[in-house]
Write a protein that binds this ligand. Sequence first.
Ligand code: GLU
Length: 415
Amino acid sequence: MDEMNLFESVKKNLCSCSADLSLDENVEALLKNPQREISVSIPVRMDNGKIRVFQAFRVQYNDTLGPTKGGIRFHPSETIDTIRGLAALMTWKCSLHNLPLGGSKGGVVCNPRDLSTGERERLSRSYVQVMYPYLGPDRDIPAPDVYTDAQTMAWMMDEYSRIAGKTTFGSFTGKPVSLGGSEGREEATARGGWYVIREALQERGMETGQSTVAIQGFGNVGSHAALLGQEVFGARVVAVSDSTGGIYNPEGLSIRQVLAHKKKSGSVRNFPGASNLTNEELLALPVDILIPAALENAITSSNAKLVRAPIVAEFANGPLSHDADDILFDSGTTVLPDLLANGGGVIVSYFEMVQNFNMDHWDASIVNQRLENKMKDAYQAVSRLAERNNVPLRKAAYTIAVARVVNAMRMRGWA
Ligand code: GLU
């Protein structure tokens, strides 16, 4: 198996619990394949008047528990196979967090940095025009992901509503708060992740306020992880990085100043008072917590041995290759797996849908309290099972998630 193939490693995680759950081979076959894949070519008029064709995908992996849910990524090296893996992961993530949702994921092969705002808007709207028959609040509900944001969701929701002939807020989540979005959605993945870290530290008699942190990735998830880690959870964030490299100051970084520096200069590097380092060097720092918050396969068999942090919290999807996961487990590192640690995003997306259906708007304090409860419940359930069966947290998380889907399949008459 190619250790970098995300779909293969998600399937391997599924298979690792099939014996414990006595899965029937037909059930396993169904769970190892997507229920529906949509692959399209989208023509978009560029600013220079010419048409450019973009490859785009949506994989609706499994809808046993409810309408499918998952982000849309804009990325130059997107492939349908990666999207398959991410859609499968969404299925297990929604199940683990007890949401009435299945799993999906979408992607467009493009480099959003090379596109003007107008081009990105036309691409976003065209995606919805082509995918319209397969989307909707009771079919499949996209959300922001790598290089897409609240503005992308606003355009997409608007296009969906125009075609439907009625405002349909519940068709997309991660929208701006002024347009049916939820308070706290933008920071939800990072905030949820910190609740899980806090639980894990407490179990070890430690506190977030006494811990040092290195964060790889400074996009939506990474930058909020740094900001909340420092300002809400009191941790000392000593290193952050983006795709150009990272910065390190053992005394701690002022994240607001790093954000301002990145806004001005385009990267976190050359931040006053900190030393520059590579992404690889960041992984090897002697910190209490390492948070990979960028893309999949940041840590593989080639660099996993460098990791010195006793706790690795996967705020990104699939940041550890399958082999890296084994290496870290053998070295006694606690890995807080993606489906557990980064579920805060889709949890608050679900809250957003509930608010949209009820024409309601919850205060940030309500959103955060409900998020905290859900993250704590999931952590406790996973941690208890991991201890009882003496298995890694990831295996325990998959066991809970897969069992729920299989039970629901049986009740539906599919198994
Ligand atoms: N893109 C996020 C994830 O990977 C959130 C998905 C959603 O809100 O539907 O979990």
